[in-house]
Design a protein around this ligand. Structure first.
Ligand SMILES: [Zn+2]
Length: 407
């Protein structure tokens, strides 16, 4: 079990936004109950709690981590070995995840060295995920950031191994005589956890560390998109292997890691293809000139009526002919029914994303759209709104302009 708990120390670069930004195809646009259900489900899936912050990097714990702790507690108590044994088991899980956090900080602090910030480190039952604001396109930098994670585990394993070796060869050392068995067991446990974390993360299952290392080495010798496609395919192959092994050995954690790797490999391959397709394109060529907008003086009721008639996901609110702010349909629906007739769109607090210029290069704006918390960016020419940029229509632009990938 501990082997699976050691899990994956993967990290992602903006890929989460890409998936989150797309509209969910499974629910009807007009089904308010279904929509509310989906919003609350998404909220449930994404909810996490802040643990601490170091060097500006927020460490979060996903709620399902509590399920893992509860599960460990219940299964150990179920064996009838008592509370003390259960305490040891919980302690073991916490030690594993402390090592995972150190591993992720290895990635995050190396990224910081190259000027790339890390938005968060999230602890999941299957391991840790560091979300970098972007991944440097320079293969050598990506290689260093990736190697830094497993390197942390290698350093811990070496130090612990050295101490164990010294302690074993000097039997009279004081720490060994005080409580030899438990300290020695703890040392062996720390050593094995870090060896497993080191080896498991080097499996070349993109976007796990080993796969990223493979991608950067390939990218040093060929086109980055092609390198990603090859690493992604190998990643998908390993993902299927993990899922099959999970069924064979009855290990659900391995299955979850397989799903994670599969989704990550697909999302990151798409991300790199999008970045490439948008490299030499200006905002003006991609922006949407038809979008849903209403004046600030209109009421929420007016907006909801338009939403039913076929409105978009995001409403652009205009004040005196100029861009004011954005309102999502969730924000509109959240206004209590009794207030919808009186409240104007101008008094509602909505997001005010920064404007982009129509002649800016998409490669710089794409990153802003991927890493920011905005679903849509206004395109302003001499402070006048002439269009909007959305992730959805970027994907459409690419599918229209990019020739089909054959390899
Ligand atoms: Zn890692």
């Amino acid at each position: 079990m501990v082997g699976a708990l050691c899990g994956v120390g993967a990290f992602v670069a903006g890929a989460g936004r890409l998936v989150a930004g797309r509209r969910h195809p499974l629910y009807s646009e007009r089904d308010a109950v279904g929509r509310a259900y989906l919003v609350s489900m998404t909220d449930l899936i994404t909810r996490s709690f802040p643990l601490f912050r170091f060097k500006g990097i927020q460490v979060l714990m996903h709620w399902s981590f509590l399920l893992l702790l509860a599960w460990v507690l219940i299964t150990t108590l179920g064996t009838g070995k008592g509370l003390q044994h259960a305490g040891f088991q919980l302690g073991a899980v916490l030690i594993v995840f402390a090592c995972v956090v150190l591993h992720e900080f290895g990635h995050a602090l190396t990224a910081l060295h190259y000027g790339v910030r890390t938005r968060s480190i999230l602890l999941l039952p299957i391991g840790g995920v560091a979300t970098l604001e972007r991944m440097p396109e320079e293969p050598r930098q990506e290689l260093m950031i990736t190697l830094a994670g497993p390197a942390v585990n290698l350093v811990i394993a070496s130090i612990v191994g050295m101490i164990l070796w010294l302690a074993g060869s000097i039997p009279n050392v004081s720490i060994m005589t005080e409580s030899p068995s438990s300290l020695f067991t703890l040392g062996i446990f720390l050593l094995s956890v870090n060896v497993v974390l080191f080896l498991f993360n080097l499996v070349p299952a993109f976007p796990m560390d080993g796969g990223r290392i493979l991608r950067s080495i390939l990218a040093m010798n060929m086109d980055r998109v092609k390198a990603t496609r090859i690493a992604g395919r190998i990643g998908v192959f390993f993902a299927l292997g993990f899922v099959l092994a999970a069924f064979k050995w009855g290990d659900p954690m391995l299955g979850l890691i397989g799903v994670f790797v599969y989704l990550g490999a697909s999302a990151e391959t798409r991300l790199v293809q999008e970045q490439r397709a948008l490299r030499d394109v200006r905002v003006r060529e991609v922006m949407r000139t038809k979008f849903w907008s209403m004046p600030a003086t209109a009421t929420v009721q007016d907006a909801l009526a338009e939403l039913l008639a076929g409105g978009d996901h995001t409403l652009v609110v205009m004040r005196d002919g100029d861009f004011s702010h954005l309102l999502t349909r969730e924000e509109l629906i959240a206004v209590p029914a009794a207030e919808r007739h009186e409240r104007s769109l101008g008094v509602l607090n909505g997001a005010k994303p920064p404007g982009v210029e129509p002649d800016a290069w998409m490669r710089t704006v794409h990153e802003k759209l991927m890493t920011g918390s905005w679903a849509l960016l206004p395109v302003l020419e001499r402070d006048k709104l002439i269009g909007v940029l959305e992730l959805d229509n970027l994907a459409e632009y690419i599918s229209i302009h990019e020739p089909a990938q054959s390899t």
